[in-house]
Write a protein that binds this ligand. Structure first.
Ligand code: ZN
Length: 403
């Protein structure tokens, strides 16, 4: 049956199309935040050109000729002059304290002579290698750091709600991670916040690729109690679970007005410098003692990406279920764009690893979100869109795979 006759959940395109340059499909959502209005956010997926090439590849091909000019600007841009005394830095999603943070902060401090205060929103649960790399970043790389760990009981509840209602267990983490840079900047009188990669590079609206900053309005929320976390209004979580609004302070963004008054600007280093995760890894290994894992991450072939959070692989497992796009697809698509592997190699890696279940961390994840295996699978299966998945006997199979 053609997929167009089958129901597509979340407003996803009914026809599944894969990029001719990389391996990503048109099911990839633009935003991973689902910040204010979950259902609206889900409807925006990555755009494809008439040539069958995805926005991220198109941007990448264009920008390779522009990086040099952007790099030059970093040394004389007025906003740096006004804030050169201290620059706050945070890192790219979803690997806090990983190779991308290490690269970003080290370049700012030692290449551009800034004085960054690094700020970390803690992972749900550090892995052993993740904690070691975090320590090395500070002890070997040589940085000041504030490690912020949100209320663990509340964060576990929010993660559970986000899994149950959105099949997006990382949504509260991503909200916190996005907010903490500007929040801390405001608090410490720092005007420049530098994130690592531009999220747009990985498939947000293509227009966002061509601006170096994050919109301050992104942070605004008119009434915090109306804000959604895990698909539930904060007011309802307070009512049902006995919390107070104070407990949610780390998740409530500063207003655009207060950021404007404080002169806080949020930039992406990836706008100014060529952003290549494998090169970030080499750089971090050399300068900040970053170490790859001894074994590859379940769901992909790499050993150095997103290795610091014990539940990270469940983020990608849920994207596989909702969009048919797992971790190997994201990694391979990026490596094709950066010329590290060919498309044919990428296709093989996706076929080998994309659907691998992270069994090793399953018990830990269930305990973290306080859920039984039955409830886990019931929830997962309820998010399988008919246009993507078909059940054969007791096995689920993806209808479309990259070739
Ligand atoms: Zn592509």
């Amino acid at each position: 049956m053609p997929s167009t006759n089958l129901e597509a959940f979340f407003g996803l395109p009914a026809d599944v199309v894969f990029c001719k340059n990389c391996v990503i499909s048109n099911q990839r959502p633009r935003s991973t935040v689902e910040f204010k209005h979950a259902t609206d956010e889900r409807k925006a997926t990555i755009g494809f050109g008439a040539d069958g090439i995805c926005e991220a590849c198109t941007y990448h091909l264009k920008r390779n000729t522009r990086s040099a000019g952007r790099t030059a600007r970093i040394s004389w841009s007025p906003c740096w002059t006004s804030s050169a005394a201290s620059a706050a830095m945070t890192w790219s999603s979803p690997a806090p304290g990983g190779k991308d943070s290490a690269f970003t902060s080290h370049v700012l401090k030692y290449r551009y002579g800034m004085n960054p205060l690094t700020v970390t929103w803690a992972p749900h649960a550090y892995t052993e290698i993740g904690w070691k790399n975090f320590e090395n970043w500070i002890h070997v790389g040589g940085h000041d750091n504030i490690l912020f760990t949100p209320n663990g009981r509340l964060h576990r509840l929010l993660t559970r709600l986000a899994f149950k209602n959105l099949l997006h267990p990382f949504q509260p983490f991503i909200v916190g991670q996005r907010i903490i840079g500007p929040r801390m900047a405001e608090r410490f009188g720092v005007e420049l916040v530098m994130y690592g990669e531009n999220q747009a590079e990985y498939g947000n609206a293509s227009s966002e690729n061509y601006i170096p900053t994050m919109d301050r309005k992104f942070f605004s929320t008119d009434d915090p109690t109306e804000m959604l976390l895990g698909g539930v209004k904060i007011a309802d979580i307070i009512r049902d679970h006995g919390y107070t609004l104070n407990d949610f302070e780390p998740y409530i963004p500063p207003s655009a007005q207060s950021l404007t008054d404080a002169g806080v600007e949020v930039h992406y280093l990836g706008y100014y410098l060529k952003w290549d995760p494998q090169e970030c890894y080499y750089y971090a290994s050399e300068h900040t003692g970053f170490r790859a894992n001894t074994e590859r991450t379940p769901g992909t072939y790499s050993k150095y990406s997103s290795i610091d959070d014990k539940i990270d692989m469940f983020h990608y497992f849920t994207t596989l279920i909702k969009f048919g796009i797992g971790r190997a697809t994201y990694d391979a698509a990026q490596e094709v764009r950066n010329g590290k592997i060919t498309r044919d190699e990428a296709v093989k890696l996706v076929q080998l690893y994309d659907q691998e279940f992270p069994a090793k961390f399953f018990d830990y994840f269930l305990e973290y979100i306080d859920m039984s295996p039955e409830e886990f699978w019931q929830t997962v299966d309820s998010f399988r869109s008919p246009h993507l998945w078909v059940k054969e006997g007791d096995q689920w199979r993806l209808r479309h795979q990259v070739t």
